[in-house]
Design a protein around this ligand. Sequence first.
Ligand code: AVI
Length: 314
Amino acid sequence: MEDQAVARQHTMLDEVLGGLRKPQKRIPSKFFYDRRGSRLFEEITELEEYYLTRTEISILETHIDEIARAIGSRAVLIELGSGSSRKTRLLLDRLPSLVSYHPVDISEQYLEEVARQLSVDYPDLSIQPICADYTSRFEIPDSPSDYREQVFFYPGSTIGNFRPGEAHDFLKNVAARADQEAALLVGVDLKKDRTILEAAYNDENGVTAEFNKNILVRLNRELDADFDPDKFRHNAFYNEEKGRIEMHLVSKHKQEVKIDGERILFHEGESIHTENSYKYSVEEFGDLVKDWFSVEQVWLDENRYFSLQYLVKR
Ligand code: AVI
């Protein structure tokens, strides 16, 4: 294994063991996204119960003219955690004067594949992928001198997977990395009836449960752990006080698991907290961003389930 891969594995082991030694055991949700986890997440986005993706796409489609106007001409578009860049295509179709598009993603192979396909479909656009963890530092290549503004694109309500304090720091970093004049187009899932929220994370076909348990399969493979995923059950619920969906894996029995030689004990009913997905009101989100950005425009769907917001750097 290359040095870098070994170093990454060590950090993952440290982070996972650190989390599992806590009184409320936890595993960082970023570890969901191995190859199978990413595929399962794509499947989630197609589920009837998971309204987020299709609602965000419908907002983009309905308001594309206004969104394109807000972005304006000769922008540099930088997508944070670009994945398949599926939603971006809607923007690219409407932004013929875009100076360049920079998808930022940690998965190098996928990033290259997507960028290759995009350059076939948008032959006149300069596409410069950036392979990086967008939550840490990354460099944006110099743009030609004739660009007007940087626009960051962060769809999917992925910002909801940060705790509010972390989201605040993340926004601070984006603002610090951005030019003096820059904007952020961000997708934010909104507070709503608990039944709708809980159904979105407890689909009937059990895809979200598989996605949740897949994190254990990954630890078995990559960290020499011996979890039996069948001995855990998926639990997702809305914590109204904290304004977030919490996902947990609950131990069905008293059991012991080994990770890299270390024993971790579970009582019956004890859980590992695997993810938070914060839901905001439009006002709460405005409050969260206000140190770094001002909210210029907010687009909603007719049910007011989801929002796409255009923030301008202060
Ligand atoms: C990626 N992120 C916005 C998803 C969410 O809704 O928080 C991840 C997810 N977890 C369970 N289902 C989807």
